[in-house]
Design a protein around this ligand. Structure first.
Ligand code: NDP
Ligand code: MG
Length: 386
């Protein structure tokens, strides 16, 4: 494998820091050209001094002087602001842009990176939820690779290797069920953010951890899978698998099924995307069947966790609906984390926002960016009336 130059957007987050662990594991294969953060200046400085990228971006202006001072004389360019993200992904030496930003803020940088011919390693599922059709059209037009980092989608991608044009009958996305698996709505009425932030199998950023507890993460992943693999909604099933060992499955037209398995460790799908199609030897812990004598599966409880159905509804209605769903969810999750609304109120807020806004059937990218903003305003407004 030829050495690859990468840009890591969201380097200070859960995926970003694990991606840097992967870079540390393969210094002869991976080189970092760009690192970005929203506000965590301290960690960004530390990472910059270790990895010596060409540039770093600190999104929020307040952090800029600190990063600038700390990197004075290092030769590393320090930038700030949203447009800087769109600028740095275009650097000529970059081969792959790993998008590990959280939320729809990841959309514009993904678009710019594709337009400048970069392969994308995508953790930022919101990019595909908001603008799946437009993004996949751009991928086609610019002939770049879209490499999934999300563990379920990486699993499906790996199961499809060598299958050529063989048609998929169905895929099964596995879900851990989160910290509230088996609980009913009465229990969920009073759950706290501390309880919701305790994921049984994965340590992740706050937003995706809440999404996992509410099953919205799986809803977003159903939409992500539709675009990545060109499927119809009824070809995508969700199955709860509490051990998180089977990362997802593909069923082909002949009824044969392939699953990809491994310990729940995001470094594996990150490495797969960054070194694709080569499998490089590492010393990460191996999965042992004897430690997991029983792998179990159960249906998702969509009566208790309504977000999964809302996501299917958005996907079936099409157009701008997934964008509205996502924006309302981002507002709902922040409000829950700020202890302004209850756990169950998140679904109510998302549904009410979707009902309030009229369907736009074939939105452009600019339309979607505007609808994302408008949906946030509507959601905030509805929340204040709750
Ligand atoms: P984190 O919250 O841990 O990290 C987010 C990163 O993005 C941080 O570097 C943060 O900077 C930066 N950031 C936050 N807001 C913005 C913004 N508005 N614009 C630019 N940068 C921003 O998130 P995760 O790493 O958990 O998740 C990142 C993405 O990957 C999400 O889309 C998530 O759904 C997806 N994903 C995550 C998995 C995981 O295991 N964590 C698994 C599968 C998918 P700062 O640190 O300064 O705030
Ligand atoms: Mg996932």
């Amino acid at each position: 494998m030829k050495k690859r130059n990468i840009a890591i957007l969201g380097a200070t987050g859960s995926i970003g820091t694990q991606a840097l662990d992967v870079v540390r594991t393969f210094p002869e294969l991976l080189e970092v050209s760009v690192l970005t953060a929203a506000s965590n200046a301290e960690l960004l400085i530390k990472q910059a001094l270790e990895f010596k990228p060409r540039a770093v971006v600190i999104l929020q202006d307040e952090g800029y002087p600190k990063v600038k001072d700390a990197l004075e004389g290092s030769g590393i360019l320090v930038l700030s602001g949203g447009t800087a993200l769109e600028e740095v992904v275009q650097y000529e030496e970059i081969d792959v842009v790993l998008n590990a930003i959280v939320g729809s803020a990841g959309l514009r940088p993904t678009v710019k990176a594709i337009q400048s011919g970069k392969d994308i390693a995508l953790a930022n599922k919101e990019t595909l939820v908001v603008a799946g059709q437009l993004i996949m059209d751009l991928v086609q037009q610019h002939q770049v690779a879209m490499l999934p980092v999300d563990s379920e989608h990486s699993a499906i991608f790996q199961c499809l290797a060598g299958e050529g044009e063989n048609p998929i009958e169905k895929i099964y996305l596995t879900a851990s069920g989160g910290p509230f698996r088996g609980k009913d709505r009465a229990f969920l009425t009073h759950v706290t953010k501390q309880q919701a932030l305790k994921h049984p199998n994965w340590v992740m950023g706050a937003k995706i951890t809440i999404d996992s507890a509410s099953l919205m993460n799986k809803g977003l992943e159903v939409i992500e899978a539709k675009w990545l693999f060109g499927l119809e909604p009824d070809q995508i099933d969700v199955i709860v698998h509490p051990q998180s060992i089977v990362h997802s499955m593909v069923q082909f037209k002949d009824g044969s099924m392939k699953a990809q398995m491994g310990l729940p460790d995001m470094k594996l799908p990150i490495q797969h995307a960054l070194t694709y199609p080569c499998r490089q030897e590492n010393s990460f812990e191996r999965f042992n069947f004897l430690n997991y004598p029983s792998l179990t599966f159960e249906p998702a409880d969509t009566h208790t966790f309504r977000n999964l159905d809302l996501a299917y509804r958005a996907l079936n209605d099409g157009g701008d609906r997934p964008c509205v769903l996502n924006a309302a969810n981002e507002i709902a999750v922040s409000a829950f984390l700020e202890e302004k609304i209850s756990f169950l109120a998140m679904s109510e807020l998302i549904e009410a926002t979707m009902c309030q806004l009229k369907l736009v059937e074939t939105p452009t990218l600019d339309d979607l960016l505007a609808i994302d903003q408008e949906s946030r305003i509507v959601a905030r407004d509805l929340m204040n009336k709750m």
